[in-house]
Design a protein around this ligand. Sequence first.
Ligand code: BG6
Length: 547
Amino acid sequence: MPATAHASWNKLQQLYESNKDSLTLEQLFAKDPQRFEKLSTEFKGKYTDANVFLDYSKNLVNEDILNALFSLVKEANVEKLRDEMYSGEHINTSEGRAVLHTALRNVSGELNQQEEGVADVPKVLQHMKEFSNAIRDESWKGYTGKPIKNVVNIGIGGSDLGPVMVTEALKHYVKRDIAFHFVSNIDGTHIAEVLKACDPENTLFIVASKTFTTQETITNATTSRDWFLESAKDKKHVAKHFVALSTNTKAVTEFGIDEKNMFQFWDWVGGRYSLWSAIGLSIAIAIGYENFHQLLGGAHDIDLHFKNTPIEQNLPVLMAVLGIWYNDFYGAQTHAILPYDQYMHKFADYFQQGDMESNGKYITKGGQHVDYQTGPIIWGQAGTNGQHAFYQLIHQGTKLIPCDFIFPVETHNPIGDHHRILLSNALAQPEALAFGKDEEQVKKELGAQASNETLVKSKVFPGNKPTNTIVCQKITPATLGALIALYEHKIFVQGAIWDINSFDQMGVELGKVLAKSILPKLHGEGDTKDLSSSTAGLVNYFLSHAK
Ligand SMILES: O=P(O)(O)OC[C@H]1O[C@@H](O)[C@H](O)[C@@H](O)[C@@H]1O
């Protein structure tokens, strides 16, 4: 059912109209000294040390609004849909598939999940364990008997972003005597620069592709195999230097990779939800299998929290409904993710795909065109860098940008006062965004210059900008797993309320198909009559300038 068909949607619209001019964070806090205690909640892992504390008190919500948002969750049957996802029903309706990334990390076995392939998950994990150990303890040797010192993950989208983000976020745990490289872009520069840093005798290529048909990945893998064979000569050596992570056995073996060097996963693992699967092999090699298992465990702990916690204290639900409040009622177009942890500098990039490919849809599951906003534009970067780049617009621009601030209590690198200085910023920004600075205060600070009205106005901060603050003890593998799963389920809840299929990605197809038809034209083959005059003009410009 479209989101607007729920009674609570209308209620929320009314609440928005009646509160939008009067609801201020300043008043909300002034009225209720217990607001922080009431509007914050902590998750602690059952099986791991994962922990996430969420302070959502700096949001433009009162009790009535929160209650209406919770009613929306109930009316949209989010809990039923969640249970259907967990139990393996084919909720990816357009592709007729189950959505079972939770089965990849069901480390306790508490989730009862039925689908072809689920029973094989432990077997693949065991394979990953043995293989990653063999690379790390150097018992796996290259064709000249040397241990592996370069690992190149070749993949794109979900077969790249997860491994890149996690190996960065958990760099503290990464084995430093192996260099990890990630090649995604079809631009030859990407592979060329990586190959310059590698030696064919000690390089392992991990070809990561769910479909094993993705143009970028297959082209980069072919280029790498050619480069490797220039030195190794004999094709039989490929077995020691190329492995594949895929659902497509036929295409993998046709490429020349031995089936026993293939790590399987299944069509019920969406690309952007696949770092928990064989796609995580580079992560397991980098941080060690035990840590990879902790990553899975932390995510599993959030899966259990999402399943078993009442919606009022359910972290993914809270983050989802707050997002909907701004996205659909306040008209916010974007959402910023701002981790105050340098290791997490790729977290927002990762969730650009995670969120935008999941919820960037305008057709409901029933085939109707939505008459409301769906997925926000996700962006962000690690603090404090963002402060010196784009925070100006968040503070004083004309757009409302809800933000998530994320920081760990403990750093992996306690040097001097760095961490407390970092955290003072992570705390100062949401405070400034929420409460701003009024004209009176500015005038007081300006003293004699207060007569300059323009100057006064330009120094006023309107405040009332909503933020969440997410605090973890430390970015350990388990806590990172929990954070990722938290956002995954937030995306799920929003998609469920918007009544869209968060698990297909039809919107990326058209450009791919067109690129295939344009490629021969860039070789001067065929005519350009089927293209617009603009694109045809550009093709001809290219052809007349190409050397
Ligand atoms: O893993 P594959 O099959 O090579 O796909 C890579 C990516 O391909 C993109 O086209 C999809 O939009 C992504 O969802 C996917 O992650």
